[in-house]
Write a protein of this length. Structure first.
Length: 179
């Protein structure tokens, strides 16, 4: 539950990492949180958020340069370059009314545990029914990498992926707004 009336107008929030507490206020609104450092669909999220008049938090540890958005409802949040700082910032603030865009499976699990919606950049919707097997698969992949038996990475984004992502994002925003 939060109200954004006392957020600073600048699009960059240099956040002092705080381990606990909601972002602001008491009013329940839908926001979109982007786990931004490796997110290929930031621009798409910003377009949808502008159309739907939502606030977006683009959370980054600064490891990759990200141009601050020109939208007043989009805020860059810079967290320390420590492990999971961006994930922690998002997970501590997200509510059942919000949507998180992330390819990070543990972060998606944390968001789902709080009742939020979560989606990958390729438009895969995380749910309580699929997150457990995804976490297990991630652990198996980590073990295979440690043994030197795994190679590869994610597939590149296609126009079809972007279109699918936009469709799923719009659906999840609608669900979050009705929550």
């Amino acid at each position: 539950m939060r109200s954004h009336s006392n957020l600073a107008a600048p699009s960059v929030i240099l956040h002092q990492y705080a381990p606990h507490g909601p972002l602001l206020g008491d009013e329940a609104v839908t926001d979109v949180f982007i786990d931004a450092d490796a997110c290929p669909v930031r621009d798409e999220v910003l377009r949808v958020a502008e159309r739907r008049r939502l606030t977006v938090y683009i959370v980054s540890n600064g490891s990759r340069p990200i141009r601050p958005p020109a939208l007043p409802s989009a805020h860059m949040v810079m967290v320390p370059q420590t492990p999971d700082a961006a994930d922690d910032w998002i997970a501590e603030r997200i509510t059942h009314k919000d949507v998180c865009v992330t390819d990070d499976i543990p972060l998606a699990a944390r968001c789902l545990a709080k009742g939020a919606q979560a989606v990958t950049a390729h438009g895969h919707r995380w749910t309580d029914d699929n997150i457990g097997s995804a976490l297990a698969g991630r652990e198996v992949s980590r073990h295979l990498r440690e043994l030197g038996l795994s190679a590869g990475g994610g597939r590149p984004m296609s126009k079809t992926d972007r279109s699918h992502f936009l469709s799923v994002l719009d659906t999840l925003i609608t669900r979050a707004m009705r929550a």
